[in-house]
Ligand binder design. Structure first.
Ligand code: GTP
Ligand code: MG
Length: 232
């Protein structure tokens, strides 16, 4: 399929468009494809780094601090929505500078200590630049949301040279993730206006999730101590 066909499928009335306009559309389309592709490669870079850490850590320590790894590329609709909300200029350069979560990677760990361990292992790498960190584990949001967020800049090596790409990384425990998934669904079900009783119950559920994390961490520590003491 050539770009003319693609443009037609996207609703451009090519019969009415002039030659210059057609070229503009093609150029814009190519620029957009390249723009999104870089974020996809940014995700690939970060997930490869994490897979290596996961495999190496399992081999050396006989233990895997990462339970689950997911990633997502923001949809064009969602990018446009954020551009409007942030009232930023709709040029590629200004979107690049102000929308920092086009590429997203979420890491789920079993224990709170592992979230910081994974964060340190990842951000300690020479080619990663930490742009911003929001520690909602130490400082939870008022609704009870907990997670460790970081905007990282990673180098993507293209044929024309190296391009730095921003990737948002969210690190949390299984319990925090379980809570956040349900809260997210409820938030959108009620169109961002969650009834007070549900807000209260979600807050209480976040405390329960936190208690579970504390208990699991303590049990995990006890098992570790037992293992160490039984090594002769
Ligand atoms: P943006 O400009 O939208 O990026 O705002 P921000 O940078 O202040 O966002 P923040 O780093 O606080 O959150 C970014 C992402 O974390 C969101 O897109 C969600 O995926 C997640 N998140 C943040 N707060 C909540 C919350 O209260 N509940 C849930 N379920 N997810 C949240
Ligand atoms: Mg953000």
């Amino acid at each position: 399929m050539d770009s003319t066909q693609v443009l037609r499928e996207h609703g451009f009335d090519l019969d009415l468009a002039g030659e210059a306009q057609l070229n503009d559309m093609k150029q814009l389309r190519e620029e957009f494809t390249r723009f999104m592709m870089l974020y996809k490669f940014g995700i690939d870079e970060v997930t490869t780094k994490l897979s290596i850490l996961q495999e190496e850590f399992s081999l050396v320590h006989d233990y895997n601090p990462i339970e689950h790894l997911t990633s997502r590329l923001k949809t064009p609709e969602s990018i446009i929505h954020k551009v409007k909300r942030k009232q930023c200029n709709p040029s590629f350069d200004s979107i690049r500078a102000s929308v920092m979560d086009i590429a997203g990677v979420r890491i789920t760990c079993s224990f709170v200590s592992d979230t910081y361990r994974v964060f340190d292992m990842l951000t300690g790498q020479q080619d990663i630049r930490v742009v911003e960190v929001k520690d909602y584990i130490k400082n939870p949001k008022p609704n009870g949301y907990k997670s460790l967020h970081a905007i990282l800049e990673v180098p993507v090596f293209m044929s024309t040279g190296v391009v730095p790409v921003m990737v948002e990384v969210q690190i949390r425990t299984v319990a925090m993730d379980f809570w956040a998934s349900l809260e997210h669904k409820i938030y959108y079900k009620y169109n961002k206006d969650v009834p007070a009783n549900l807000v209260g119950e979600l807050r209480a559920a976040a405390d329960t999730a936190n208690q579970l994390d504390l208990t699991m961490e303590r049990l995990h520590d006890e098992v570790k101590k037992f293992e160490q003491s039984s090594v002769v």
